[in-house]
Design a protein around this ligand. Structure first.
Ligand code: NAD
Length: 298
């Protein structure tokens, strides 16, 4: 294929996504301020450039930690990119920032999609990410071949910002359900219910959830879950906290009485002060610690 792709943000997620595009035959112009990230991209076959502006290409993908950075980078790129460049932001950012980014891109004569992902680093490496996309149908159709290289499932959710909306709605639900599951497990511990019996009953009863059956926060029942590996991430508490704060802000901005979402953001924000780099399922250890509970897998 002939499209050139600019790629900004070669971190845990961006590096393997860019590498998959190179493997699929795209000419990738990559930039990251961290030299080690650039070295890796070079080894993966990308052309590494010295500034954000030099990534200008037919399609420009951003995979950055915050909305502020996305807007900063757009500020550098929009004036120098060729008219009609398709900007795809895959970062997880505020819906309002995503809409601002899209508006600035279109005002400058370009096209824009928000396309956050789920599936984590493993999904980025394997090229099996889920993309949830906001923006126009024609732009979505043009971007689809790239999504299919980097991902498995691709959903066009609606107009600008609606991809980000899907992402924060899902992660708010996941954060709340992980806390609820952890509280329930700790209560079971206190009442003498083993983790195995809890799992056998609840995984097929009305309290069943993805958090329990795929990502169980205690060792044993789901051997692949981070709890079996001392809560090595997985999905860090820092990233879950970021997403929950985005969701809580959106609840308030939309005047929704979203108490569980607000509380989940508060609980993870506190946990994040001490355990930012542990997997988010380690929240169960915080619940045990705060009640002076059993503190062991009994
Ligand atoms: P990361 O911190 O590993 O990578 C971010 C990269 O952006 C870093 O290498 C950083 O140097 C680079 N960067 C910063 N400023 C830049 C600039 N001006 N120009 C170019 N590059 C710049 O983060 P990550 O884990 O790769 O996550 C990236 C985004 O993906 C975040 O928005 C995150 O919420 C989202 N996300 C992460 C996961 C996950 O499991 N890690 C899953 C889904 C979504």
């Amino acid at each position: 294929m002939s499209a050139t792709v600019g790629f900004l943000g070669l971190g845990n997620m961006g590096a393997p996504m860019a590498a998959n595009l190179v493997r699929a035959g795209y000419d990738v112009r990559a930039f990251d301020p961290v030299p080690a990230a650039c070295e890796q991209a070079r080894r993966d076959g990308a052309t590494v450039v010295d500034s954000a502006a030099e990534t200008a290409a037919d399609i420009v993908i951003t995979m950055l930690p915050s909305g502020t950075l996305v807007l900063d980078v757009y500020g550098e790129l929009l004036p120098v990119a060729a008219p009609g460049t398709l900007f795809i932001d895959c970062s997880t950012i505020d819906v309002a920032d995503a809409r601002t980014a899209a508006e600035r891109a279109t005002t400058a004569g370009h096209r824009a999609l928000d396309a956050p992902v789920s599936g984590g680093v493993a999904g980025a490496v394997a090229g099996t990410l889920t993309f949830m996309v906001g923006g126009g149908a024609d732009d979505f159709a043009d971007a689809r071949p790239l999504f299919e290289v980097m991902g498995g499932k691709v959903v066009h959710c609606g107009g600008a910002g609606v991809g980000q909306a899907a992402k924060i709605c899902n992660n708010m639900l996941l954060g709340i359900s992980m806390i609820a599951l952890a509280e329930s497990l700790v209560l079971g511990e206190k009442l003498g219910l083993s983790h195995e019996s809890f799992f056998d009953v609840v995984s097929t009863a009305s309290g069943q959830s993805w958090a329990l059956t795929n990502y169980c926060p205690v060792p044993g029942p789901v051997p692949t879950s981070p709890a079996n590996n001392d809560y090595q991430p997985g999905f860090t508490t820092a990233l879950m906290t970021k997403d929950l704060v985005l969701a809580a802000n959106a609840l308030r901005e939309n005047q929704i009485d979203g108490r569980f979402g607000e509380l989940a953001a508060e609980i993870y924000t506190r946990f994040n002060q001490t355990d930012a780099q542990r997997d988010f399922s380690a929240i169960i250890t915080d619940i045990r610690d705060r009640i002076g509970g059993l503190g062991s897998n009994s």
